[in-house]
Design a protein around this ligand. Structure first.
Ligand code: NDP
Ligand code: GDR
Length: 371
């Protein structure tokens, strides 16, 4: 019998990599996608199977984490062996603009999944993975952050995820559910949403090098993050649910890097050296040399400026995870390093914008996208 997985957030970065990973392992994968006015399945279109095909192993269901009845019905119909609750309003800055919605989806949404499994008496069958986050650590209490480091969330997103973390632990202890938190540190990829800082930088660097954009506006360049590759991290999610007993795990690389350094690395892939001067909102990054003959950038050209509108009311300054437990118990360690990740992201964005460049070079107007 094939195992059945249900993924919420299947149209997101992690949902896409996880679906692909589970299909390769022989699972039948069901995914919950939201209704939207335009197609929102770009990241999973390569997995799509025509609904008229018999024996499909990839099936999408319309649904939303704010709707219990819908979740109960989907879980009842699909009878999953494993649920991966990845659906969320996942943008920290945006959570300050939409705090109630974020609490509903990221916090209570998790409760709805747990309750559905309990109501449907699937507690003995269905294992649940909850997408917890290093944002729970927030204000630095101790580093590196591990499973026992105290939480101090610093955004409506992190506070909602803290509720989700504890309600997952509570259902495990109260009802004996196999429910686990993966406390994942930042993970990125060419599929990363365009408004997260890494993708914003790799897109911006690619567009600047290709003459499609002149400058990149960013917020706090001093923030430090423990960045890994999403492809590695979805494997850890699966491993967490294959353990004998349900437990919570930190998933991280153990290496931290500033946003400023990430910018340097991204431009370096394009043969462009960027230096910084000034501090805070006066800070700019300028080109100090450009060795790639495909891109002719003048020395002294300002390519990065700080715009205070990207600052957060409360910031998370430093994240660096301690991967000891996941290394020992899951035998997991990342295959990608940061340099490889940045290279893959920048090269994918250069390829993505090639069509735009050809159109621009042929005199067609191109559409701007704002983040
Ligand atoms: P994305 O933002 O790429 O994807 C989020 C997914 O959730 C999308 O499929 C989105 O749908 C869906 N979604 C949003 N709102 C709802 C809703 N109301 N009901 C159902 N689905 C909804 O996030 P990631 O893939 O990067 O992250 C996956 C999960 O892991 C999230 O829960 C995130 O908070 C968490 N996380 C992520 C980390 C990271 O570094 N990437 C680190 C730690 C935790 P749509 O496509 O329609 O918008
Ligand atoms: P984060 O990721 O908040 O860590 O949450 P993000 O990439 O948004 O920010 C990382 C750091 O970069 C700083 N920054 C900027 N961020 C954005 N988005 N845009 C900018 O222009 C910019 N300039 C500087 C931020 O201030 C921050 O310090 C991600 C999400 O995937 C969450 O869902 C997940 O839980 C955590 O990672 C772990």
């Amino acid at each position: 019998m094939k195992k059945v997985a249900l993924i919420t957030g299947i149209t997101g970065q992690d949902g896409s990599y996880l679906a692909e990973f589970l299909l390769n392992k022989g699972y039948i994968v069901h995914g919950v996608k939201r209704r939207s006015s335009l197609f929102n399945t770009d990241r999973i279109d390569h997995l799509y199977q025509d609904p008229h095909e018999a024996d499909r192993n990839f099936v999408l269901h319309f649904g939303d984490l704010s709707d219990s009845t819908n979740l109960i019905r989907i879980i009842q119909q699909t009878q999953p062996d494993e649920i991966y609750n990845l659906g969320a309003m996942s943008h920290v800055k945006v959570s300050f603009d939409t705090p109630e919605y974020t609490a509903n989806v990221d916090g209570i949404g998790t409760l709805r999944i747990l309750e559905a499994v309990r109501i449907l008496n699937l507690g003995k069958k269905t294992k649940i993975y909850q997408a917890s986050t290093s944002e729970l650590y927030g204000m630095v209490q101790a580093v590196p952050q591990c499973e026992t480091t105290p939480f101090y969330p610093r955004s409506p997103y992190a506070v909602a995820k803290m509720y989700a973390y504890w309600i997952t632990v509570n259902y495990r202890e109260s009802y004996d559910l196999f429910a686990c938190n993966g406390i994942l540190f930042n993970h990125e990829s060419p599929l990363r949403g365009e408004t997260f800082v890494t993708r914003k930088i790799t897109r911006g660097a690619a567009k600047i090098a290709m003459g499609l954009q002149s400058r990149l506006y960013l917020g706090n360049l001093d923030a430090q993050r423990d960045w890994g590759h999403a492809k590695d991290y979805v494997e850890a999610m699966w491993l967490i649910l294959q353990q004998e007993k349900p437990e919570d795990f930190v998933i991280a690389t153990g290496v931290t890097t500033t946003v400023r350094e990430f910018i340097r690395l991204a431009f370096a892939v394009l043969g462009i050296t960027v230096e910084f001067k000034g501090t805070g909102v006066d800070e700019v990054g300028y080109v100090s040399s450009c060795t790639n003959p495909d891109y002719i950038l003048e020395t002294g050209q300002v390519v990065v400026s700080v715009d205070a509108k990207y600052f957060r009311p409360t910031e998370v300054d430093l994240l660096i995870g301690d991967p000891t437990k996941c290394q020992q118990k899951l035998n997991w360690s990342p295959k990608y390093d940061l340099k490889g990740l940045v290279e893959e992201m920048v090269n994918a964005d250069v390829e993505l914008f090639m069509k735009e460049k050809i159109l621009k070079d042929s005199g067609y107007a191109i559409k701007n996208q704002y983040e």
